[in-house]
Each structure stands twice: as structure tokens, then as C-alpha cells.
Design a protein around this ligand. Sequence first.
Ligand code: ATP
Ligand code: MG
Length: 443
Amino acid sequence: MKKDKLAAVRGMNDLLPADAPLWEAFEARAIDVLRAYGYQQIRTPIVEHTALFTRGIGEVTDIVEKEMYSFVDQLNGENLTLRPEATASVVRACIEHSLLYDAPRRLWYMGPMFRHERPQRGRYRQFHQVGAEALGFPGPDVDAEQILLLARLWDVLEIGPVRLELNSLGNGEERARHRAALIAHFESHADLLDADARRRLHTNPLRILDTKNPAMQSLAAQAPRITDYLGADSRAHFARLQELLAARGVEFSINPRLVRGLDYYNLTVYEWITDRLGAQGTICGGGRYDPLIEMLGGRPAPACGFAIGVERVIELLRETGQQVGQAACDVYVLHQGGATFLAALSAAERLRDAGLEVILHAGEGGLKSQMKRADASGAQYAVIVGEAEAAQGAAMVKALRAADAAVPFAQQRAVTLAELGDTLAAALAAGSTLDNEPISGKD
Ligand code: ATP
Ligand code: MG
């Protein structure tokens, strides 16, 4: 009976070995840059109580309204959600473990997020974010520092121009006054509002500014600007941020319509955007969320953070033609089964003791077909433990990439098992030419 083929869930991607080096290179560089700014890693669970996100993100947001993977645990009736973002989780963990008790924290995270969106280029249902949160800092110094961190990361990654857009959302009172003006503006043009906008008019009118509906663009463009409603403190915060960025030569533009998808943002908001990814050009979003820690039950503390969309950055790395070589192993070990397998096993372990990456041939196969596998593996050397060699406590070493200048010896030569690790480690490390001395002893 033919079984149905199983496939991955729509919008959720496998990361195949051919792409893994690119991801690993991105992650390694991102971690280096985060560490250079004193950020420490935090890992939180992928599943949280649904209430964390409804409270922490806001009921009237795209995420909570229609994008969350929420379910009831059949075994105990708990309402759970696959995390759609990690800020709420990080704040939850900090409160739960009193991490902010005596000092502020700079934290980073990396991992999968889940949102039930329509899958398309740059938009998936499982996607990955690298993010950072500076908790307990009022800014705007850390706001500027995070932006410098990101500018440095784009630089290190060599992904070409990425544009920075900035805005300030002010504080709660300022937003309330702006909100009233927004509602009045949109109400006076009620006939032009689409269904989304009508629904949000009295719950989250700020989000109407963010509309992707072309028919609503001019209405949104004419709307009252939050920047005109900022008080002296908010204006000073925003001005100082701009001053710091200008002093460090970071270019930006102010986009008065820039809001964030999440309710808890205040003051600084920003996005990094590229024109080379089509509609999904925002590779990073960030800003302040001073009210969130208290909203989630912690002692009030200001905070600022960002999240990078990893898939989009990887796509940019590909666009700019960056190749990251498939890491090949150093040595492929061949054998003739039986007693030679045990000798080969010990040879492979010695090579690994010496720090080499080794594939030991598994299963059956003649030496000729094993040699084909060895070649295909990309290894620099084949180590052949045939019956004759095993009887002498030795192995035959054959350079597989003689044309490659990095391979120090092209000849085939016998090496005792005792010397194998050091000999090949030295050859691979130094790329130096080995003298072809005869086997000096037996293992
Ligand atoms: P959008 O307006 O594109 O939906 P958002 O405001 O929902 O974005 P954030 O919650 O700020 O996005 O997430 C930060 C970053 O994570 C985004 O700038 C983007 O790069 C990435 N991202 C968000 N949602 C997805 C997704 N479904 N697939 C891939 N990347 C995503
Ligand atoms: Mg979204």
C-alpha cells in the first residue's frame, strides 16, 4: 500500500546542509558583534502561556488578532502559544528570575518565531530572529548604541546599503492626544477607510498609518503627525538620539508614519530597510518599550531592543553573491572490514584526538568504491587501513587534492598509526611540505 508523502507545514522551511554554512557564518558574526557591545545570551522556551502575548503585545495587533499559533494542551488544558516574538518572553524571564534586581542588563537571543501569515518571499510561518534587549536603561544613549551595533553588523556582513528610518512615538499622554487627532482625521474621511481601518479606528488608530493598502496611502500621509504632539522631554530624547547618530556618521531619515506592529513601543522606533528584497524589505525593527516590564508585573524599568529577520538578511547575503564554502572534512578513513575496521576505528579516533575532522567509512565496499566516496567527501587526505598496513600498525596516506597548493604532499606514503594524528595535523595546519622519510617504527 502506498503511503501519503509527508511534507513540511506550509510556510515552515527546512534548513538544508548546502545553506547551513551561510547561516552559521551569519550567526557567528552576529554573536561576535553582540558580544563586542557587552550583550549576554538568554534562551527562553518556544512555547509560553498565551496570556503573556495577549498582555505583552496588545490585543489589537496583527500578531494577536490573527497570527498566533495558539492551542489548548490536550493533556492539561493549558492555553499555550508558539512565540511570535521574543521580547515578551525575555521580559517574563527577567521578572521571573529577578535579573533586573540590582543592575540593568544587555541581553541577546536567537531562534525561531511563529506567525500564521500568508507565506511569500521573506515572509514565513516559522522564521528566525536575532534580537537584543537593553533592560533598565532610559536612553537615549543605549538607543544610539543599539543602532551603532546594527550599523556595525551590516558592515561586517557586507550586505550593502541598508537605510535607517527613525521616529518617536512619545509617551502615553502624547500618544493619547495624537490618537484623538488621528481618530478625528480618519472619521472625517470615513468613506475612504477600508475594513481594517474601520475596525481599528477606535482601538488602534496608530496602526492605520502603517496601512499597506494603496488606496489609503494619501489619507494616511495627510494624517496628523505624532512628532507634532511630542512634549519637551520626548523632543529632547529624540533630538539627543539624532545628535549621537550624526556624531557617529550614521545616516537616517525621519519617517513620521513609522509605527511598530506591537503596542508597547514608546519614544524611539526604527526600521532598517533595503530596496533589494522587494516588498519584504525591512530587515530589522526596534525601539523603546518603557511600559512593558511593569505591564508584565515587574518593577517599572525602561528598555530598548531590536529584532533582525534572519531569513531576509540571509537572502541579502545571497543577493550580494556571498559564497560561504561548504566545510569539508579533513580526512576520510578507508578499511577492508574485519580486523582492519578496528585498526581504522582507532586511526580515526587518533586523528580526532589531534583535532581533525574525520569521516570513517561505514558499511561494506571495496577500496576502489570507498576511494570514490573519499574523493566526493572533499577531504584533503585519504587514510587507507588495508590488511597489509594494519598488520604493520600503519596506514597509507594519500593526498586527494594534489592540485591544491594547500596540500603539502602529493605522494602516497605509509605512516605509523602512532604518528598519524600529529603528521596529518601538522601537514594540514602548516600547509608545509612533508619530507618523505620512511616509516620509523611500528605501533
Ligand atoms: P511586517 O510589517 O513586515 O509584518 P513586523 O512589524 O510584523 O513586520 P517585527 O515584529 O518588527 O515585524 O519583526 C522584526 C523583523 O522580523 C521584521 O523586520 C522582519 O525582518 C522579520 N519578520 C517579521 N515577520 C516575519 C515573517 N513572517 N517571516 C520572516 N521574517 C519576518
Ligand atoms: Mg507582521
